[in-house]
Design a protein around this ligand. Structure first.
Ligand code: FAD
Length: 478
């Protein structure tokens, strides 16, 4: 490790010690039904969200926590797996998982790793550097993480605990926790969509942008990418750079969407208080933003447009798709395109039942459609399937009383967006959203222990000062 990084880590430790107040422990260990110690909070997912949540909890003296991730160390989230852009899309000065702690920012790490001058000339953060920074961050703040460990199922257990069935290598064990946070990423509550007309195509000729695609095999092939968001462009660019013969990007809208609504919403008022608005306002804002979908940066577009064999088709939703002797034929209102391979960049759809870890209570998670009926001209069934979360990011029940324990399962992912504005899992919203979640978690833990705190106060007899009483007492009045 470089001297600068060692020095930075020394500074982090000193800074954390300086702001450790209030440092008193306030939680008591609990045990599960089999006598095994229970965690205060179990966090599923050690991507940037899990890291920031763990950091926020430790700063609140909730340190009996554990993070699990099914991915191997360093391979959490999209950065070194299916993200196919050279740099992040966020501006380099957005702070996030550092929770506004200067020596833990990406900038501090970058300056220590590559020098201050390099930071000055840096345009956008290289994706691999972001992944390296996240790993450094979690090690520096000493977060307890188990990699290669998958959450299979959550059930209720005695004494208000949750039971998490987890798998590591071939062993399956049960962990107990008072609360569970699902920081399980984009697909944590559903799956990547393959639009209906393409759903019956052979698996060998269609994939989603999150799949492990063998781009080298697309050399000399015709590729169609469905969708026009940033990930669709990244995949088109990767196919072009791999030597695809023709790459067609099919955009449903008459004109491609070039506005980035997530830039608009990046101000403290919206990030912090959208969730304080009533359902009608929350729906109105989020429907508008999510229907616009995320725009793509200029560099993402240029990476495709510089290739003569790239074609953007606007106003071209796929109406039918079939395999012919010439390949996969995609029919659109603008004509047909024949491709050898189709990549869908059409986003995520909610499907709780599809996710094993939600299986026991998937049918009783309240959705927006269960709780709010928008006016006719604001309807959107896809957004109606988003979970309707409580103000502490917990699931709420469709049928009250059936699975009350789900109020201790908190969701911090893209699916939290309809309830909270920006979910907090993207960098722009983390410094606002993570403290809000942590506040909700500590509120729940404190409230559940209120009897113990009352008993503790009632028994509190620690003198703060020693009073020495003179031997001679005052003269008594006659
Ligand atoms: C291609 C791409 C590019 C993006 N670029 C940007 C950007 O530039 N700027 C920005 O602000 N946002 C960006 N985002 C959005 C967002 O920042 C990322 O999705 C980010 O990775 C979210 O972090 P996360 O920790 O919530 O989820 P993830 O990073 O996805 O981490 C979730 C983790 O949960 C684990 N997991 C899931 N289920 C289980 C289970 N059952 N058991 C155990 N572990 C489990 C997974 O293995 C994964 O490691 C991008 C998203 C994508 C997909």
């Amino acid at each position: 490790m470089s001297d600068a990084l060692t020095e930075l880590e020394t500074n982090v430790r000193a800074d954390l010690a300086r702001i450790a107040h209030p440092g008193a422990a306030w939680l008591e260990p609990k045990t599960g039904p089999d006598g095994k110690p229970a965690l205060d909070v179990l966090i599923i997912g050690a991507g940037q969200s899990g890291i920031a949540i763990g950091f926020g909890l430790m700063r609140s003296r909730v340190s009996n926590i554990l993070l699990l991730d099914k991915a191997e160390e360093g391979k959490e989230g999209p950065w070194l797996t299916y993200a196919r852009m050279p740099t992040l899309r966020s501006p380099k000065d957005y702070t996030g998982p550092d929770l506004d702690f200067p020596s833990l920012t990406y900038q501090s790490w970058h300056e220590a790793r590559f020098g201050k001058e390099d930071w000055q000339t840096l345009d956008l953060i290289p994706r691999a550097h972001w992944a390296e920074y996240l790993l450094w961050l979690r090690r520096t703040i000493k977060l307890p993480v188990h990699n290669g460990c998958e959450l299979l199922e959550i059930a209720t257990a005695a004494d208000g605990l949750l039971a998490a069935r987890v798998k590591q290598a071939d062993a399956i064990e049960t962990l107990y926790a008072r609360k569970i946070v699902l920081a399980t990423g984009q697909e944590g509550t559903g799956g990547w969509m393959i639009p209906e007309p393409l759903a019956h195509l052979p698996a060998s000729s269609v994939a989603t942008v999150a799949d492990d695609i063998d781009f080298a095999s697309l050399r000399g092939k015709r590729v169609a990418v469905i969708g026009a968001g940033a990930s669709a462009f990244d995949n088109a660019a990767t196919a072009l750079e791999a030597g695809g013969a023709e790459v067609h990007l099919l955009c449903r809208r008459a004109q491609i969407q070039v506005i980035q609504p997530y830039r608009w919403l990046t101000f403290r008022g919206f990030l912090r208080h959208l969730s304080d608005l009533d359902d009608a306002w929350r729906w109105r804002f989020m429907r508008t933003i999510l229907e616009m979908r995320e725009g793509f940066p200029q560099a993402t577009y240029d990476r495709c447009a510089r290739h003569a064999n790239f074609t953007l088709h606007e106003g071209a939703p796929v109406e039918t798709a079939c395999v012919t002797g010439k390949g996969v034929e995609l029919r659109t209102p603008r004509g047909a395109i024949t491709a050898d391979f189709v990549i869908c960049g059409t986003g995520i759809d909610m499907n709780f039942a599809e996710r094993g870890e939600l299986g026991r209570f998937a049918g009783n998670i309240a959705t927006w459609a269960d709780r709010y009926q928008p006016p006719e001209d604001e309807r959107n069934p896809r957004l109606g399937r988003f979970p309707y979360l409580a103000d502490d990011y917990a699931f709420t029940e469709r049928e009250p009383g059936k699975t009350p324990w789900i109020s201790d399962i908190h969701l911090f992912a893209i699916a939290s967006t309809m309830s909270f504005g920006a979910s907090g899992s993207s960098i722009n919203a983390m410094t606002t959203a993570v403290p809000k979640l942590v506040h909700g978690l500590t509120r729940g833990l404190f409230r559940a222990d209120v009897e113990r705190h009352w008993a503790s106060l009632s028994a509190y007899d620690v003198p703060q000062a020693v009073v020495t009483r003179p031997a001679r007492t005052m003269e008594q009045p006659r």
